[in-house]
Design a protein. Sequence first.
Length: 279
Amino acid sequence: MAGRAAGRLVPTVVLLVGALYCLLPVAWVLVAASKDAASLFTSSTFAPGDALPGNLADLSTYRDGLFWRWMLNTLLYAGVGAALSAAVSGLSGYTLAKFRFPGRAVVFNVLLAGVLVPQITLAVPQYLLLAKVGMTDTYWSVLLPSIVSPYGIYLARIYAAAAVPDPVVEAARVDGAGEFRIFRRVALPMMVPGLVTVFLLQFVAIWNNFLLPFIMLANDERFPVTLGLYTLLNQGNTQPALYRLVIAGSLVSIIPLVALFLSLQRYWRIDLLSGVTKA
């Protein structure tokens, strides 16, 4: 009994340590955002202040609300990019999972190779390609490279193979449904939990993306929040008062991601419950 209890205790402790490691920086940002410029570097690390409303007000009025422009840009890049990526991944993954055609194995192997390629190595070639057609320093220069996700297509392919039974697809074909209608009316509802995962992973990746906007964009009115806060941080070398705006902006930028996770987790619960039922 003691050995069994210890076997359950060790994973719990490891998970708690991992959660503490992940949440400690968030706690520091929350506390630091409540401090004014004078106490930010002089008070105790986790001693809270009372300047959070003032910091948020100064952040909102900085250059006529430029920070909120950055937030809207980021919502555009991440929301539209992740939605289009989930749609492309779902259709591509379903096609690879349910259709037999020459070269399918080659396509899938190339896809796996694309998963292994670091995105940082593609940023400069993407810039050169978009510069050829005059699309750099536009919203499209950040949106277009975000639409195709090899990892998203891989996940969608695996999920479609497991979640969409072949007999259901064949029955729809026998009933005279076209292939796109089968995907839209039969396969897509079954793939929703997997596509939500693809959407969420891509949303977070685009939201946190720094290098691609840094290379593509020159006009700060098109910056996402990551690049915008980076410019503020650099200006903090000569204007230390901007550090508190950077920290307050970092706190605000976390909120949409937390809200997204909380609102979409029900899809994972439904998927887990359906898996238990099938078992």
